[in-house]
Design a protein around this ligand. Sequence first.
Ligand SMILES: Cc1cc2nc3c(=O)[nH]c(=O)nc-3n(C[C@H](O)[C@H](O)[C@H](O)COP(=O)(O)OP(=O)(O)OC[C@H]3O[C@@H](n4cnc5c(N)ncnc54)[C@H](O)[C@@H]3O)c2cc1C
Length: 448
Amino acid sequence: MTTPPTVFAFCSLREVANSSALGGGPTERNAIILLYSPNLSRQVKNEGKFLDSEVTIIGAGPYGLSLAAHLAGRNVRFRIIGIPMEFWRSAMPEGMSLKSEGFASSIYDPNGSFSLAQYCVDKGLPYADVGLPVTRETFVSYGVKFQQRLVPEVEQRLVTSVVANEEGFSVRLDDGEEFTTHKLILAIGVGHFAHTPPVFTPLSEDFATHSSRHSDLSGFANQDVAIIGSGASALDLAALLLRAGARPVVVTRGATIVFHDRPKLPRGLGSRLRAPSSGIGPGWRSLFYCRCPILFHYLPERLRLRQTKSHLVPAGGWFIKDAVKGNVPVFYNSEVEEVSVNGDFLLLRPARGGARCQELKVDHVITATGYAVDIDRIDFLDESLRMRIETVEKTPVLSSSFESSIPGLYFVGAAAANSFGPVQRFAFGARFAARRITRILVKAASSR
Ligand SMILES: Cc1cc2nc3c(=O)[nH]c(=O)nc-3n(C[C@H](O)[C@H](O)[C@H](O)COP(=O)(O)OP(=O)(O)OC[C@H]3O[C@@H](n4cnc5c(N)ncnc54)[C@H](O)[C@@H]3O)c2cc1C
């Protein structure tokens, strides 16, 4: 982990962005900023009291970075803590591609000046709004460039604890620094919420790991690997493990596996009317979720929960279908009921419709069984604080400004999906979250 240089200066962001130390290019933002020193207390006057920071964002993925770029655009003082694009670097396999289309895979600044399309033009990388998969490598390098250009303030550290105090929240970092912030925005994605079926949890990591533990698959060459699940992550892993020289099998409870269809381009009027394009895939519902997250927020809770859960069934990208179909054995309708270690091997005993089926002998199991948001698993939040957060199905209940039942504590991204719809699970939802929270914070500051 790198510690940013100690710099203390008032200067325009244009100067900062042009400096070779930060590696940025010119930008249109001319806000006066205060670069931070890790050891420097930055005190901000607030209602007669002094706080170390007015607003703090935890997480520097697409949501944290979009929000920071928007706050900076309105001269709101903030700190942002996290390793840029860390989840995409360490929890996604090398060689995978995004399922979201190019036009829906940007990180957002208020002027839309540095989209993925712009980055690819600058770098001479292949790009299309639709129909050309965006590689993980391109998305990560774009995110890092976005951070360097538009959010140089990122402090590349981790938050280890958050406790409520009189001013707001006391935040502790992994290097021991402690500061108080008035408002805290959690943009932590799903990394804390990996879900593993209980049958596999007693196994050591030598035998069973969650998909999020793997970015480099080369260690699986010549091994038999069972992948549990049938969503995009499972099917990506199947294709990439095969490419890495492993022998993968997929074990799924489902009766089929589904791949998206390759988009037929250009789309005719009839096709667009039947299923209009949206940032989370074609369809009228998806379009509604993308265009009207605030209306979604006002739907009855039961309906919101149902829609968020059921929208978008697990499916692989069209671009991996040929690699998987016919090349990777799939055990359908199968749920692993028992697992035992036999020397260097694992024996899996799946059952189909209650009936035992053939035992599987493998070197390793990867559970590609997704993520389930659960406030109680955010280990850096003090327990007494967590217990005061009003929840529904273990996710925070949020106001129309993304604020939880604890004043000043906000959630964006996947943790906000039950409130603002499935679009919050995708990078595409970051623009709405960033705009909305920025508008509300600016309004609150100007009315003080
Ligand atoms: C296999 C898979 C494929 C996906 N494919 C797509 C896709 O094609 N298109 C798409 O739009 N979305 C996709 N997603 C969803 C994707 O995770 C989100 O779109 C996106 O990453 C959300 O951004 P975020 O900023 O909310 O979360 P993240 O990108 O996860 O960023 C959150 C960051 O917070 C940091 N953090 C957590 N705790 C702390 C702490 N205590 N201190 C400091 N930092 C902390 C993490 O390190 C992380 O980097 C996919 C997800 C998975 C799992």
